[in-house]
Write a protein of this length. Structure first.
Length: 438
């Protein structure tokens, strides 16, 4: 990640704090209006291989919605690198879309701004009821005990993708299930320009996803029960050191991965440069890069020992995309109808099939497309061994602060600098000190 990009992320942290204080661009009357009942604007997140691919996927569905309701939807697909900045600018200015996608890890942070329409029981009834959705997906839509400010749209989890030929050439007969096996297999492969595992060392969110899981596997959370940052516990320090050590000590991640932030690890995997990668719903990307599904296998992400499950055997964060309505929309009824349409059984099946994700709608999960060797692993992980990231208002600042700390530690590893328990703890102490105080 460039210094400019890092500065932009820092600016988001500041604007989040300001927006939470000012309650963002939400309507002071507690809801929107219906002053423009025939139009909607929609900010969609970039889910496909490119923005153009997303437009080709979504526009026919928006046309279908217009034919059904008479409401025209103006689409903008927003790159992930810009999405949070755009949303936060909209919450402070009040000049946002009617409907938008948000990463589910931002749910609590964006909810705290007050700029999004809350989904209480009455509002959920308008789209078929809250019980239509999978519990794990709802668990990542906001803090427990509060009405969420978004509705699950696409669900994902992490899995381990491995190159069958590279494994065979290295004499490895089965994919790894534990971290020790990942390291052992990676060392057999990491030579002659080939590497065992790919990473996105400059991608702050990806860093958080990995070390969140590694900490969970030690029974460690990143916030106390009352929501205070707790970044320097023994389990948190050990989790970060374990992740960075995959490059620094175990040497199964290429040093150049310390600079990756734009899915370069997926390209390396597709080109046969890297044998394993931990990712969410990567099948459509690999296909777009010319890789056949026969070329790779998909297994649950590794645990410390044993097999994935509940408790300390968590092997993924609950990943996914939620759909939300700006509170000051000028077509609140139309926006609600659009959310109902996008989360209907039919659309949930169609869109999640296209993107290789898992429907958060229970009825849609019964489609055979979500029981394949690839999607079945993701679905099983979501049901049995995934946990939501901390549902606290400071979650996005956590991603920035700790994600940056991990990024800088990867940079040290890439430059041959020792990564010790003491240096990891110092980096996490600095991250915790940068967090806003309540």
């Amino acid at each position: 990640m460039s210094r400019i990009r890092a500065a932009a992320v820092g600016a988001v942290t500041v604007s989040l704090a300001l927006a939470a204080t000012a309650c963002g661009g939400g309507s002071s009357t507690g809801g929107g209006s219906n002053d423009s009942p025939k139009t909607l604007t929609y900010w969609a997140s970039n889910q496909g291989a490119s923005i153009q691919v997303d437009k080709k996927v979504l526009q026919p569905e928006l046309d279908k919605f217009e034919k059904k309701t008479g409401i025209k939807v103006k689409l903008e697909v927003v790159p992930w690198s810009d999405l949070l900045n755009r949303i936060m600018a909209a919450t402070t200015s009040g000049q946002g879309p009617d409907v938008l996608n948000i990463g589910n890890t931002w749910s609590a942070s964006l909810q705290a701004t007050g700029a999004l329409l809350p989904w209480d029981a009455q509002q959920f009834d308008k789209i078929g009821g809250k019980d239509r959705f999978v519990d794990s997906a709802l668990g990542s839509a906001g803090p427990e005990g509060k009405d969420p400010a978004a509705v699950p749209l696409y669900s994902m989890s992490y899995a381990l993708y491995y190159n069958k030929k590279m494994f065979k050439d290295a004499g490895i007969t089965k994919p790894p299930t534990t971290w020790d096996e990942v390291v052992a297999d990676g060392k057999k492969i990491s030579k002659n320009g080939k590497w065992g595992l790919g990473a996105e060392g400059s991608n702050l969110s990806n860093n958080i996803h990995q070390i969140f899981v590694m900490a969970k596997q030690r029974g460690t959370d990143w916030f106390t029960a009352d929501g205070k940052p707790d970044f320097t516990s023994d389990g948190a320090v050990a989790a970060v050191k374990q992740y960075v050590d995959l490059m620094a000590k175990d040497k199964i991640i290429a040093p150049g991965n310390a600079e990756y932030a734009q899915n370069q690890s997926l390209s390396d995997f597709s080109k046969g440069k890297t044998a394993m990668v931990l990712w969410q719903a990567a099948a459509s990307t690999f296909k777009s890069q010319g890789m056949s599904e026969d070329d790779y296998g998909v297994v649950p992400a590794p645990v410390l020992s044993g097999a994935p499950g509940t408790g300390n055997q968590v092997n993924s964060m609950v990943a996914g995309i939620n759909i939300a309505v700006f509170k000051n929309t000028k077509n609140v009824d139309g926006a609600t109808k659009f959310v109902k349409f996008m989360t209907s059984d039919e659309e949930s099946k169609l869109l999640n099939k296209t993107y290789g994700s898992i429907p958060p709608v229970k009825a849609a999960q019964g489609d055979p497309a979500f029981g394949t060797s690839t999607t079945g692993v993701l679905k099983d992980t979501l049901a049995k061994s995934a946990a939501p990231l901390p549902q606290v208002a400071e979650e996005s600042q956590f991603e920035t602060a700790v994600g940056t700390a991990v990024k800088e530690l990867f940079a040290d590893a890439a430059n041959g600098k020792a990564v010790t328990t003491e240096s990891v703890k110092a980096a996490l102490t600095k991250a915790q000190q940068s967090m806003p105080t309540k």
